[in-house]
Design a protein around this ligand. Sequence first.
Ligand SMILES: NC(=O)N[C@@H](CC(=O)O)C(=O)O
Ligand SMILES: [Zn+2]
Ligand SMILES: [Zn+2]
Length: 432
Amino acid sequence: MLVRNATLADGRVRDVRIDGERIDAVGTDLTAEGEVVDADERLLLPGAVDAHVHFREPGAPHKETWRTGSRSAAAGGVTTVVDQPNTDPPTTTGAAYDQKELCADDALVDYGINGGVTPDWDPETLLDRPVFALGEVFLADSTGEMGIDGDLFEDAVHRASEAGVPVTVHAEDATLFDPGARDRAGEGTGRGADADAWSAYRAAAAEIAAVERAVEIGVDAGARLHVAHTSTPEAVDIVADAPDAVTCEVTPHHCLLSRDDLGDLGTFGRMNPPLRSEKRRAALYDRVVRGRADLIATDHAPHTRAEKETTLLDAPSGVPGVETMVPLLLAETLDGPLTAERVRDLTAATPAETFDLDRKGRVAAGMDADLALYDLDRARPIRGGRLHSKCGWTPFEGRPGVFPEWTLVRGTRVYDGVMGTFGSADGVNVRG
Ligand SMILES: NC(=O)N[C@@H](CC(=O)O)C(=O)O
Ligand SMILES: [Zn+2]
Ligand SMILES: [Zn+2]
């Protein structure tokens, strides 16, 4: 297959020839036998690598399945996902890993499977499997109640370091949460201004202190440490000033939404770590734009509408995002501060490099033909009902997004955005 006249992220117009699963050449005036697609100078990006999704199987297929989650990924130009361990059973033993791998057989895109840490985890059998990373290791409770104490975290970081496996950490220190704000969260309706109590409760200081401590532990152990969903500029700065072995990700929602949006979002805007002040959001996003934060990952955490439509304390934490990450960021190249190159680096090149995925994240000869084509003249309002996640809603309702016309995974068209159709489930384990 040959994709002719594609504009690459750096502005060059090139032909991209695909031979089987790989990109075989990037150049001008290339010829090929077989299918020829004229990109007509539309934007061709490497498929995004989302290092943080929750696909909910096994255990909660009513929220999401590997089939629906990976369709949502493909329809958003994401061709590799990394699934987190807070499923049921939690992915904390070799047997639980195997069970998740069976579910992942339904994946349309390539994937990694993380291993979790709880007091009853079984590091021997778990680390015997090709875990993508240990994590997200929860330093405070979130969905799945997998919060652990500092000693167990330290032990897990040492084991991971010895096994040569990276650690990703959910860093919040629950001892620094604000109990008064939690009481207010319990008294309020969860709607309008009341929804802000969750942000007051899981205060920014709790994240900053936990990131500081986690980085210390990671550096002492000589581990590869990746801090999940950093939501404060202070936390990003701690990571940026640490050795190269320490990296962080930022979510689209922490870049584009703040406490000011909670009036509209209500309990649907409850997530961990929570939305921050408009001032912190702007400073965080600025670090993403300037490249001080390493990469973007979605923390795609679907819950049903019915589950979210309750009181603030009863609503589960988390928002979906795997399908809207690249579309939102591309819209930000039109009337926001990002460039196509920065979007490529944040969503594909850097996550692939960070997690040693040698054949992912770049449009170059020899790489996997994971590609998505975008027409920047066709931004459209994001509608939760048109997305492919099982949850059927989005915190970004009505915002502009540039969705892919098609998405390829290793040379196979897994999503056709014009027809609205999907390919078959051929995703493979990137560590398998
Ligand atoms: N981010 C969230 O608020 N929720 C995540 C768990 C997590 O990433 O902490 C979930 O699995 O629902
Ligand atoms: Zn988390
Ligand atoms: Zn998460």
